[in-house]
Design a protein around this ligand. Structure first.
Ligand SMILES: Cc1cc2nc3c(=O)[nH]c(=O)nc-3n(C[C@H](O)[C@H](O)[C@H](O)COP(=O)(O)OP(=O)(O)OC[C@H]3O[C@@H](n4cnc5c(N)ncnc54)[C@H](O)[C@@H]3O)c2cc1C
Length: 456
């Protein structure tokens, strides 16, 4: 008997409850059903109820933490082959799950910043040094990242002003995703493999015995379990508490997206559709970003920006779509005599790099949802500190959609015991590379960990 069939024979008897009907829950369900586990996915509303349907859904492997770079290289490969891997029926393959327009990090020239903003000049210089050093690390790992001069940027994307830049990094295999396809086709495949999906079923508590969860309490009644996976992201601390698990350092933080429509597509229609995800400067007070959206008119861009915000640990489902004062694009608001609007502040950052952008269009819609933010900007994927059969897969900040394939692979490795010396070997095309589980361990000491440099 091969290792895989021995594993399947053993796991066939084991029942796993996967809590959460987003992209993470969907791909974890597929990965565990493929290993022969009896999977039951539990979602308190309908699939996509959380951040997965409110996401900008970009994907990049340009990160600062090596494990995340490798994980995202795997995710990019996985999404590029997703229809085959999910055995999507022919009539649902028309829409691409991933669009690889690339990811362009623009770094502003310190001389382009007024000298009285001394801090901003220093931040811009430091950000560029870090960007170049990370690009060198990416190339060493096999990720094709290009470091570009301002002139090269302007040659490729003429709407971007060279004189504002000190340089840029670009990776063509980055891009953006279709999360609704990921969770709907993911759960379709999981069910085809024998998994059950219970929507409108909330997990309310658990019975435990000798440091293990023996039974889950749900609004559909109790169920016996061998394993539980907490894939509820911004809800994960509450769910962990309900189950008797550890306190999870995940802060639910509201994040907004702004739909921008220009009357004319500045770089031309085809060039507009091919625009990469673009980050307009790095460092404090910067980080506004935009990307085109498939199926929208040329001239349409989705903008985001992670301004400082307070955690909302008790947010409700309805709060997900509540646009707070200061964020409405259609209402003029003042604070201390100053106009406040974060959408326009976001757009203004981009205007420093695309002269005239704000004169040719405006914001037409504002939407929002929650990040599940962690102290070091990397997710929590691993065993609970108190309950040995509870695995957390949550705390993805703005990266949970891109993380879903590698999250699923790591969760499956944790259940099946495929990790060796705390590391999980990656399959082809990344064979020979491993991911150190300690990087994502929910029990890690955050005072000692490397903070992710690129949390957007
Ligand atoms: C504005 C915005 C922009 C973003 N941009 C990006 C981006 O560019 N790239 C990227 O990769 N990520 C991005 N993200 C983050 C990404 O969307 C999330 O990290 C990802 O969707 C998390 O997916 P998930 O499946 O882990 O959780 P979710 O999609 O949030 O799903 C969790 C589910 O758990 C369910 N649930 C909660 N409690 C219970 C319970 N007790 N019982 C049963 N079910 C329960 C909820 O109803 C919910 O459906 C963005 C997020 C936002 C808000």
């Amino acid at each position: 008997m091969s290792n895989r069939s021995r594993r399947s024979a053993q796991s066939a008897c084991e029942r796993v409850a996967v809590i959460g009907g987003g992209v993470s829950g969907a791909l974890i369900s597929v990965a565990l059903a493929e290993q022969g586990y009896q999977v039951i996915a539990l979602e308190k509303a309908s699939i996509g109820n959380g951040s997965s349907q409110r996401s900008l859904a970009c994907i990049r492997a340009q990160f600062g933490v090596v494990e995340t770079v490798l994980g995202m290289m795997y995710s990019e490969w996985w999404y590029a082959n997703a229809h085959d891997l999910l055995q999507t029926p022919a009539d649902r393959r028309d829409e691409a799950i991933i669009t690889q327009n690339g990811y362009l990090f623009l770094y502003e020239h310190p001389d382009a910043i007024p000298p009285w903003r001394l801090d901003a000049c220093r931040i811009a210089q430091a950000a560029w040094e870090e960007g170049q050093s990370n690009a060198a690390m990416h190339v060493t790992l096999g990720l094709p990242v290009e470091t570009l001069t301002p002139e090269q940027v302007h040659m490729r994307w003429p709407h971007l002003a060279a004189d504002h830049l000190i340089g840029a990094t670009f990776c063509q295999q980055d891009g953006f995703l279709k999360p609704d396809l990921i969770y709907s086709l993911g759960f379709r495949r999981a069910q085809e493999l024998g998994a059950d999906l219970w929507e409108n079923t909330e997990v309310t508590g658990a019975q435990t015995h000798s440091g293990r969860i023996t039974r889950l309490e749900t609004t559909r009644g109790p169920m016996e379990v061998d394993w539980v996976v907490n894939a509820t992201n911004a809800w994960a601390p509450r769910v962990s508490r309900r189950l008797g698990g550890m306190e999870l350092p995940i802060a639910p933080i509201k994040r907004y997206l702004y739909a921008f429509q220009a009357q004319r597509p500045i770089p031309g229609v085809d060039n507009w559709r091919a625009l990469p995800m673009t980050i307009y400067g790095m460092g404090e007070g910067r980080g506004a970003h935009s990307r085109p959206e498939a199926g929208q008119d040329p001239g349409h861009l989705l903008f985001g920006w992670s301004y400082p915000a307070e955690p909302e640990p008790n947010f409700t489902d309805e709060d997900q779509d509540a646009v707070q004062p200061g964020f409405r694009h259609d209402v003029f608001e003042e604070r201390y005599g100053e106009a406040v609007n974060y959408g326009y502040a976001t757009l203004r950052q981009a205007c420093d790099f695309i002269p005239g952008l704000d004169e040719c269009g405006g914001i037409t819609a504002t939407t929002c949802g929650y990040y599940g933010a962690t102290p070091d900007g990397s997710p929590l994927i691993g065993h609970d500190a108190h309950l040995s059969n509870l695995i957390h897969a949550a705390g993805f900040s703005g990266h949970g959609v891109m993380h879903a394939p590698i999250t699923a692979l790591l969760v499956a490795a944790l259940l099946t015991g495929q990790a060796h010396d705390g590391a999980v070997a990656l399959p082809t095309p990344l064979s020979g590379k491993t991911i150190n589980l300690a990087t994502f361990d929910p029990q890690r000491d955050f005072a000692q960990t490397q903070r992710e440099a690129y949390v957007l």
